[in-house]
Design a binder for this molecule. Structure first.
Ligand code: HEC
Ligand code: HEC
Ligand code: HEC
Ligand code: HEC
Ligand code: HEC
Length: 241
């Protein structure tokens, strides 16, 4: 009896199954790559040379972010504090704490502490801190509740969609410029009378807002957006220069 299938076809089922596996894996990997990269960064918390407690220094000791990140409102990039900034206190405080050994070593040798960077936008993206923190956007909007973090982690996606979500509706995020580094600020805590006296209210608002008990985030955001003429870039060149 003639062989119905040619000889090479004996391997066909195996080939199909191998190809199939590759295709399925490829599709999974592809989907994974395109859907999840914006989320994989969230939660990133590398081991640092010193487990620097933001919660203790900010919430308990009352230090402002700008004490250490002193360029954040004047430059595109923020900075990390140098060893001298730490040693201003730690020559006296916690002198023998082993956790601070790398700080003391750095102080002796003059070699900076090698902090691991968490947040990094790709080179083809233009980002500027001062353009945000001087226009009513808080650290909390982009870095989460750092003031309650024992060790800082990557809290927000920092993807393009995430940037655009705010650029389309900044009124959902804007707050008075005096509250930028007050990460616990809540719109309902804002004193309504003094807010309206200082910033006014949107032109199309009918009733007198200063009579209100509380203002919502949207009301505060709308007011500031109009007052400061906030227009975040939505065009590609705005962020890809
Ligand atoms: C006493 C100094 C000090 C103060 C005050 C301080 N920080 Fe930091 N911050 C550091 C140091 C040191 C690092 C680097 C170590 C680390 O990442 O844990 C850091 C890292 C960070 C990072 C991560 C940087 C990266 O690598 O991407 C963010 C975000 C940050 N701080 C935000 C804040 C905010 C917001 C505040 C105010 C609520 C604040 N910091 C107050 C010292 C400080
Ligand atoms: C304004 C003063 C001040 C500055 C500046 C300061 N610290 Fe501190 N730090 C303190 C105090 C006060 C404590 C101890 C609080 C306590 O005893 O509970 C402390 C505690 C610590 C601890 C010990 C936490 C623990 O769990 O044992 C570490 C680590 C530390 N600081 C790191 C740093 C680093 C790194 C810097 C520089 C980026 C820095 N500090 C800057 C005041 C400061
Ligand atoms: C609109 C969002 C946004 C706001 C608001 C913001 N940051 Fe950032 N931050 C970023 C992005 C994006 C990066 C990564 C920057 C890069 O790669 O150039 C970053 C990086 C950092 C870094 C690492 C050093 C650097 O510049 O690369 C520190 C420290 C930091 N931010 C602190 C702060 C503090 C403190 C505040 C509030 C005063 C703040 N940021 C407000 C988005 C923001
Ligand atoms: C929570 C809100 C918010 C987020 C998140 C945010 N932005 Fe913005 N962005 C603003 C506001 C508000 C302005 C100021 C617009 C103005 O001044 O009219 C702005 C302005 C800008 C500008 C123009 C600055 C200049 O110097 O011309 C760029 C570029 C920019 N953002 C890039 C980014 C990028 C990239 C990201 C994401 C990594 C991002 N923004 C995330 C609110 C946000
Ligand atoms: C508000 C700032 C902003 C605007 C406006 C913007 N982008 Fe982006 N874009 C980003 C950021 C931030 C990333 C990096 C995302 C990441 O690292 O996950 C990015 C990444 C990209 C990438 C790389 C692929 C990806 O998704 O990571 C492409 C392609 C891109 N943008 C194209 C565009 C085009 C086309 C436009 C205009 C329609 C545009 N962008 C407008 C902020 C912006």
């Amino acid at each position: 009896m003639a062989n119905f299938f040619p000889r090479w076809s004996n391997w066909l089922p195996l080939k199909i199954s191998i190809c199939g596996t590759f295709i399925v894996c490829g599709l999974t990997a592809g989907t994974w790559y395109y859907i999840t990269p914006k989320y994989t960064r969230v939660g990133y918390q590398p081991i640092q040379p010193v487990p620097f407690p933001h919660d203790l220094h900010v919430s308990q000791l009352g230090m402002d972010c700008r004490y250490c990140h002193s360029f954040v409102d004047v430059a595109a990039a923020s900075n990390l504090p140098n060893t001298q900034t730490c040693m201003a206190c730690h020559t006296q405080v916690q002198k023998d704490n082993p956790k601070l050994e790398p700080v003391r070593a750095s102080w002796k040798t003059g070699q900076p502490i090698e902090w691991v960077q968490l947040h990094r936008t790709p080179d083809y993206v233009y980002y500027d801190h001062s353009a945000h923190v001087n226009r009513g956007i808080s650290c909390a909007n982009c870095h989460g509740p750092v003031n309650h973090m024992p060790v800082v982690y990557h809290a927000k996606p920092h993807s393009m969609a995430w940037c655009l979500e705010c650029h389309r509706h900044p009124e959902n995020f804007l707050r008075p410029e005096t509250q930028i580094t007050n990460l616990d600020w809540k719109p309902e805590q804002e004193n309504v009378a003094s807010f309206v006296a200082k910033y006014g209210q949107p032109a199309d608002a009918k009733d007198d807002w200063s009579k209100k008990q509380k203002l919502t985030q949207r009301e505060i955001g709308q007011t500031l957006k109009e007052r400061w003429n906030i227009q975040p870039p939505l065009n590609c060149q705005g962020c890809h220069r």
